[in-house]
Write a protein that binds this ligand. Sequence first.
Ligand SMILES: Nc1ncnc2c1ncn2[C@@H]1O[C@H](COP(=O)(O)OP(=O)(O)OP(=O)(O)O)[C@@H](O)[C@H]1O
Ligand SMILES: Nc1nc2c(c(=O)[nH]1)N[C@H]1C(S)=C(S)[C@@H](COP(=O)(O)O)O[C@H]1N2
Length: 195
Amino acid sequence: MADHDPVTIGIVSISDRASSGVYEDKGLPALKEWLGRALRNPIAFQERLIPDEKERISATLIELVDAGCALVLTTGGTGPAPRDVTPEATLAVADKEMPGFGEQMRQVSLRFVPTAILSRQVAVIRGKSLIINLPGQPKAIQETLEGLKEDGRQVVPGIFAAVPYCVDLIGGPYLETDDAVCKAFRPKTAIRQRP
Ligand SMILES: Nc1ncnc2c1ncn2[C@@H]1O[C@H](COP(=O)(O)OP(=O)(O)OP(=O)(O)O)[C@@H](O)[C@H]1O
Ligand SMILES: Nc1nc2c(c(=O)[nH]1)N[C@H]1C(S)=C(S)[C@@H](COP(=O)(O)O)O[C@H]1N2
């Protein structure tokens, strides 16, 4: 891993019940497990477990971007229930919206559950950071990031395939994935040549 850029990644689990101890949080472990498998870069995680409160979510996102996270992934609070406010809190700190991520996540998620259309997840750029909302079901983390595979063949791409090039374009570290987990795409001219 010596020649891979280090990356700081913010991971935020947004759940009233997990953050108050009603149930054990499975969001942060699932995010760490998947990112650890998918990325070849050395990762420093900044972890937060917080309730579904808009101001608290926005403040956490700002803090993580200011702490140098090139990527921030949230899980939870994207649905239609009154306390689901993650998309609003994310849009409130956005410099730019990246609608393709939400569109693709709903497409791939529909292959797993018909209720995928209930997730209002968004992705945005703030400064030099890409912030992406994922649904709260812990299994949705792998489903949306990795996509759908059948017999080892990629049937619907997950959103993470587009993350490394997006991070390049906003001035972040060069992210490299394990192709067996997630084959990232970059235009040929953007691929870093190794000596
Ligand atoms: N962080 C989490 N850890 C473990 N399981 C979770 C987590 N977040 C969600 N889940 C599971 O996914 C289901 C749907 O998630 P959702 O985000 O809609 O929860 P919720 O009903 O809004 O409640 P809460 O915000 O208290 O988690 C939950 O009922 C729970 O079983
Ligand atoms: N890939 C995937 N997407 C999914 C789901 C899932 O299990 N897998 N659950 C759906 C459901 S049931 C809901 S209500 C919405 C919003 O979930 P959230 O409020 O926990 O973020 O995400 C949807 N998207």
